[in-house]
Write a protein that binds this ligand. Structure first.
Ligand SMILES: [Zn+2]
Length: 423
């Protein structure tokens, strides 16, 4: 027994020695049993715990409590100091492949911005895109994000996610307006998915861009197969007008892009139209949902749709913000996303949490921080992330704070807190 334990340790040490110094420290932190103690613990599943600690073994949380409460394993203690230890952040809606477009897309209003994005995207060399994605992933890893919902049209960077520590759901997004192309687009996308070989922490799912950019036959075909897994929904007034009347800025854009708009506008809100197509389903991750009324909120709740709020991106494009208090009151799972660097200044969803706090000062801080962690984990299907509870993955983040800290949630949402990964 002793010999076998020694063999296990030496194997473990050998494995650790074979990796880079930074990753070595990370692995030691998640593999070796220890107790992490901080000024405050924010388990998300419960309120803040002063002097809280978590015991971690083999990358899993095995115990949560205060440093002196009974049952604490007598393992080495790592003091993190004043500040807040919380579950790693989850950015549930971003587009890593647009990371090279930081500060390069201008244009007021949704359609103008999309037109500028299409043009700017065409000017970026593949190597520059890849380097920007690599840098974005590194930033996320260091700044306390542990999982992403990443929308991609090309899947060219999924190997970089595979090499990273991030858990990722990559939404393979289809954009196709011509109805006659629906079958071919779907067949090609499914063939591409079948040939992917990825590690277990990266999952790729078929998604659609939006109800105003994907033809009804393609959306119905995806719905018939239990999808799409993600959708931009009810983002802009241009989308609302196009689906109501078939005209406006989006119609003009489509006409210029594809040469004609053969579309019988349903005269419905985006959410009602998505419902009519059969696209709303439990597990659907709908980004934005800004242009929604009470009936739409009810529809999203009834169908078990997760909504990813992207408040900084929405404000940047002048679109408003989603009615997060109403969504939460209706029982909708709300997550946070940054959207891409083409419309947000960072990929850090703590910045979106701060923005949401400013939009809705009466919203409970705990609800906002839950959206930045547990809400995202639930939306993406990572059941072992998002809370500090025994049995969950020890994917942790820490925000150093002043010794005088006494309101950890308010501090995290103050705009002064910076979160880093615990490694
Ligand atoms: Zn997006």
């Amino acid at each position: 027994m002793l010999a076998s334990r020694a063999a296990q340790i030496s194997l473990r040490e050998a494995a650790l020695a074979a990796v880079t110094p930074g990753f070595y420290l990370y692995l030691r932190a998640v593999i070796e049993p220890c107790v992490l103690r901080a000024g405050f613990l924010l388990p998300i599943a419960a309120g803040p715990i002063a002097g809280g600690a978590v015991a971690v073994r083999d990358g899993r949380i095995v115990w949560v409590g205060t440093a002196d409460s009974s049952g604490r394993p007598s393992w080495p203690v790592r003091e993190l100091g004043p500040g807040v230890l919380l579950p790693g952040l989850v950015n549930a809606h971003t587009h890593l492949e647009l990371s090279a477009l930081r500060d390069r897309v201008t244009g007021a209003g949704f359609t103008e911005w999309v037109a500028a994005l299409v043009e700017a995207r065409g000017l970026v060399a593949p190597e520059a895109t890849r380097e920007a994605v690599r840098s974005a992933i590194s930033d996320l890893e260091q700044r306390g994000t542990v999982a992403v919902g990443d929308v991609s049209n090309g899947l060219e960077h999924v190997d970089l996610l595979g090499e990273s520590r991030l858990s990722a759901v990559v939404y393979y997004e289809q954009l196709a307006w011509a109805p006659e192309r629906a079958r071919r687009v779907l067949d090609q996308a499914e063939a591409r998915l079948r040939e992917l070989r990825l590690p277990a922490h990266v999952v790729v799912r078929l998604a659609a861009h939006a109800p105003h950019s994907v033809s009804p036959p393609l959306l119905r075909a995806m719905a018939a197969r239990g999808g799409p897994a993600a959708l931009h929904l009810a983002e802009s007034p241009d989308e609302v007008r196009f689906l109501r009347t078939g005209d406006g800025a989006w119609s003009d854009f489509l006409r210029a892009r594809v040469g004609g708009v053969d579309f019988d506008a349903p005269g419905l809100s985006p959410v009602a139209y998505a419902e009519a197509l059969g696209v709303l389903h439990p597990g659907l991750v709908a980004a934005h949902c800004v242009q929604v009324d009470a009936s739409d909120v009810g529809r999203l709740a009834r169908h078990g749709v997760s909504v990813v709020a992207c408040p900084r991106s929405n404000r940047r494009l002048g679109l408003g913000v989603p009615p997060v208090p109403e969504l939460l009151a209706a029982g909708v799972n709300v997550a946070l996303g940054s959207d891409s660097l083409a419309s947000a200044p960072s990929l850090d969803v703590l910045d979106d949490a701060v923005a949401l706090r400013r939009e809705f000062p009466a919203l409970a801080p705990g609800a906002i921080l839950s959206a930045a962690t547990l809400g995202g984990a639930l939306a993406l299907g990572f059941d072992d992330l998002g809370t500090l509870v025994a049995g969950r993955r020890a994917a942790l983040a820490f925000a150093p704070g002043p010794p005088s800290l006494d309101e950890p949630e308010a501090f995290l949402l103050s705009g002064r807190a910076r979160v880093r990964s615990v490694a």
